[in-house]
Each structure stands twice: as structure tokens, then as C-alpha cells.
Design a protein. Structure first.
Lengths: 232, 263
């Protein structure tokens, strides 16, 4: 395949054992692909399963059946059946995930939170911090905050730190879960620009965005998640 | 590093490990492979068999069935049961570490901090006093203990400092595998956070393989790549840490995950 992501007939149901074994069907028959340099936006109302699909592509939620094909270092790996070690390797070298909320370790300075993905992949600390600084500046995080841990920042500032951390790495796939929620207009525009740059670099992206205007600006294709609604 | 991870061989292999005491089965049929640089958390409540398993893995308790093999520094993988007592001791002093929940079990409380760290070096043949002391102060600094306290005995240290000293003592010989038994167990929450952050950095920097027993899922999430959930002596669920914690499948794992109080 030439696609970076190829999801085929993926199914997911939650079984809630503590609630008497209720089955909560999430999505059924999820099928779509994403090419390099393309941004696919998942659309559908809240609860339609958009975030769950993103988590399935990241290997965070397990699939009951179906296939999550990911092009990783020239090979296709099915994350639905991959070993934990393979999933970790795919995450280190291929797939990045920008979640809605920052999950930061206490005590770690903002600049290091952002630089960490580069350091993990072998870049020197000084270079990684320089790149982190550039991104933080673009996202309007004042330099006096860089040495502080982000735990005390406002929601919008934390989200921008999170975006900087997500966009800093040079991974060929990025999953974006509402990257512009809780941002003001100026910062939303920066994120739209960052996404455009990633497209030019050939990065394949899957995004969830509720803002119609942003969706028009970034989407190359829209996949309607309601068509994968599991019959409840 | 990523490439290395994809091609290398397991460091520690457990194969169908079991332990029973008469008719009571403490641990049943546990198998896994641990790779260099990989952190495996074993979670479960008291009596689930996780400590028994840790003791068998670290060669402190003979298994009733199954084997543990370890890839030695010469790249030969050997069954632990086939090692002589001297070889096993050497392994324990050099290539392995063991961090106990109670630092008093892993430290000598009445001798100085410097001697606690230096002792492991002397056991592997270091005999130059100046160099031992230099390495000991270096390690105290790495675990954030004021070097001015090097001549004080750990019984004068706080709980958090003792635990950090125990870690320094374990890591000074550059082991490849460290066993940890509830390393943050007896500590205040703020002290725990600092220790976890320190451990997380050291594990990544030194590319350590770790088997950590904990009942605290937050510890597992922060430190481990993979988790094994135990109940009644069996492994009931295993997988990538975030998979198991965010999408638990077994009733018992769902109960564990849903029992966490939000901060």
C-alpha cells in the first residue's frame, strides 16, 4: 500500500463488567485510509466514536476485529495484532498523538516537556531545546514561563504546550484530537499554519475538530463517523 | 535506540513459572520475556502472587515448576537454577539491582552513605579509596542527595532520602536489570512524585530493564511500558500499559482501574 494509514473493517465494543456485563458498541466496520501529506478529518456528533477511532489507530484502544495497517519504516504493521514492543516502536518512530489534555510529569520544565520527544529520538539536549523554544515562541508562550512546569498554567497555555510537544517531532503520522479547542483566534491560526507545514512535509494526519471554520481550512477529506455507528 | 529495540534479544525469560506451598498455589504458570530497556509492571492486590513472582524472578525463591533464564554479560542465556551460588551472588552484586520497599532492607543503616554506595563497588573489585569516594559522591548527586551528607549514616536520613540512597547503591555498578518491590510504598505523596520522576529519568538514561511490583496504577502508568495484572496467583491480563489501563478487558482489571480516586 502507499497509504500511511489503512483501517479496514475495525470493530470496537466495550464490555462493562462492573455494570453487569453491559455491551457498549462503539464503532463497527471502520474503513478508511490516509495518504502522505493528507489531513483527514473525522466528523460526527459527540459520542459517535471519533476519539475512540483515533485511540485505535494509536494502539491505545484494542480492536475486537479488523485491521489497523500502519506504514512503519517501509513495512506495514497491523497495530490491531502487534506485540506491545512493536506498538512502542511504531509510536517512537512513526505515530504522534496530540491529546486534548497535557499529561505532564510534575517538576519537569515546560521547555523539557516540549523537547523530550526529540531527545528520546537521539537529538542533543541543546538542539532539542532550541527547537522547543522556537515552537513555544510561535505559540505565544512567553519565555519567562519556559523553565516552569506547565502544571500551574491556564488551560489554553497547557494546550499550547501540548501542541508544541506534539508538533516538534518529525514523525510521518500525526493524530490530532481537537488541537484548537480552548485556543484564541491568533493561536488557532498558528495551529492551522503548523498543520499546513506538516502537509508540505508529507505527514499523514487524522484530526478531530469541532470548529467548522478550522475544519474547512485543514481538511483534505472528511470521513463521516456516523456511517460506522454500531447498532446499539 | 529504536533500532536496537527491534533487533535485540530478551534479557530475562520466565517460562511457566509456578510456586505452591503444599496445596496452596501462590503463583501459576507465568511466562514472559523482558527486553533491555523495558519496564514491566506487575500489579495486583495483596496476596495476588506478585511478590512471590518477583522473588522467583530474582532467584531468591526456588520455583515449584518452570524456569527463569537470564542473558549474561557474555550474551549466553542461562537457566538461573543452573548457576552456582557464587555466580548467583556475583550477578546480584553487579548486573542486577533490587530496590526494596523498606530501605532498611536494602541498606546498612549504621554505616555512612558513602560506604553504602562504595560497598557495591568494592564487591566488584574496586580498591582505590579516592575513586570509590568520587563515584559515591557522584551518585549521591545524581539521586539529589547533598554530598555534604556523604559521611552520615542513612538512619539519620528522611524516608525519601533513604530510598534515593538505596537506588544509588543499586545503580552504581551499572546493572542491566533492576527489580523493584513497591519502591514508593511508604512515602508521602510529594516525596513519591520526586522519586518517580528521578526513577523515570534514570531508567531512560541508563537504558535499564526493570521489573516493578506495585499496587499503585499511577506508578505503573508513569514508569512502565507493559503491565501484567495478577489475581489469585495467575496473570489475568497483560499488554501495553496505556492499553490495559485505558481499555481494561477483564472484570478485575476494570475494578482496579475504576477504583482510583480522581486527584
Amino acid at each position: 500500500m502507499t497509504a500511511m494509514i489503512e483501517v479496514a473493517d475495525a470493530n470496537k465494543t466495550f464490555t462493562m463488567h462492573l455494570q453487569g456485563g453491559i455491551e457498549l458498541p462503539v464503532v463497527r466496520g471502520v474503513t478508511f485510509h490516509v495518504d502522505p501529506g493528507e489531513c483527514v478529518v473525522l466528523s460526527g456528533p459527540s459520542g459517535a466514536g471519533k476519539s475512540s477511532i483515533l485511540k485505535m489507530i494509536f494502539g491505545n484502544y484494542r480492536c475486537d476485529s479488523g485491521r489497523i495497517g500502519i506504514r512503519h519504516r517501509g513495512q506495514v504493521i497491523d497495530l490491531a495484532t502487534a506485540e506491545p514492543r512493536q506498538v512502542l516502536n511504531v509510536r517512537r518512530a512513526t505515530i504522534g498523538y496530540v491529546s486534548q489534555f497535557l499529561r505532564a510529569v510534575p517538576r519537569v520544565a515546560t521547555i523539557d516537556v516540549v523537547a523530550e520527544p526529540l531527545i528520546v529520538n537521539g537529538l542533543g539536549r541543546a538542539d532539542a531545546q532550541a527547537r522547543a523554544g522556537e515552537l513555544l515562541r510561535r505559540l505565544n508562550i512567553p519565555e519567562r514561563l519556559w523553565q516552569l512546569p506547565p502544571a500551574t498554567f491556564s488551560g489554553g497555555e497547557q494546550q499550547r504546550v501540548n501542541i508544541a510537544r506534539g508538533f516538534i517531532s518529525e514523525l510521518p503520522i500525526l493524530l490530532l484530537d481537537e488541537p484548537t479547542a480552548s485556543l484564541d483566534a491568533a493561536n488557532r491560526a498558528v495551529v492551522v499554519e503548523l498543520i499546513a507545514e506538516k502537509k508540505r512535509q508529507g505527514v499523514a494526519m487524522v484530526a478531530i475538530v469541532h470548529d467548522d471554520e478550522i475544519r474547512h481550512l485543514i481538511a483534505d477529506r472528511i470521513v463521516d463517523v456516523t456511517s460506522f455507528a454500531a447498532a446499539a | 535506540m529504536a533500532d536496537l529495540l527491534e533487533t535485540d534479544q530478551p534479557l530475562l525469560i520466565a517460562n511457566a513459572l509456578s510456586k505452591s506451598y503444599g496445596r496452596i498455589v501462590a503463583c501459576r504458570d507465568v511466562s514472559f520475556a523482558l527486553y533491555p530497556g523495558e519496564v514491566l509492571a506487575i500489579v495486583g492486590e495483596s496476596g495476588s502472587g506478585k511478590s512471590t513472582l518477583l522473588q522467583m524472578l530474582s532467584g531468591q525463591l526456588a520455583a515449584s515448576g518452570g524456569q527463569v533464564s537470564y542473558r549474561m554479560r557474555d550474551s549466553v542465556t542461562r537457566d538461573l537454577a543452573s548457576l552456582g551460588e557464587a555466580e548467583r551472588r556475583l550477578l546480584f552484586r553487579t548486573d542486577w539491582g533490587f530496590v526494596h520497599q523498606d530501605p532498611a532492607q536494602g541498606l546498612r543503616m549504621a554505616v555512612s552513605a558513602g560506604a553504602n554506595v562504595g560497598e557495591r563497588l568494592m564487591a566488584v573489585g574496586w580498591n582505590h579509596y579516592g575513586r570509590i569516594r568520587e563515584s559515591a559522591s557522584d551518585w549521591l548527586a545524581r539521586v539529589e542527595i547533598d554530598v555534604a551528607r556523604i559521611d552520615d549514616a542513612p538512619r539519620t536520613y528522611s524516608g525519601g532520602m533513604r530510598q534515593r540512597l538505596q537506588i544509588a547503591r543499586n545503580l552504581v555498578t551499572e546493572p542491566r536489570l533492576v527489580f523493584m518491590d513497591e519502591p514508593t510504598g511508604g512515602l508521602d505523596v510529594s516525596v513519591q512524585a520526586r522519586l518517580l520522576d528521578l526513577l523515570r529519568n534514570l531508567v531512560a538514561e541508563l537504558h535499564l530493564a526493570v521489573v516493578i511490583v506495585t499496587h499503585d496504577l499511577a506508578v505503573a502508568r508513569l514508569l512502565s511500558h507493559r503491565v501484567m495484572v495478577m489475581k489469585g496467583g495467575r496473570v489475568i491480563e497483560t499488554g501495553l500499559t496505556d492499553q490495559v489501563l485505558d481499555d481494561p478487558r477483564e472484570p478485575y482489571t476494570q475494578l482496579l482501574v475504576s477504583s482510583i480516586l480522581p486527584p
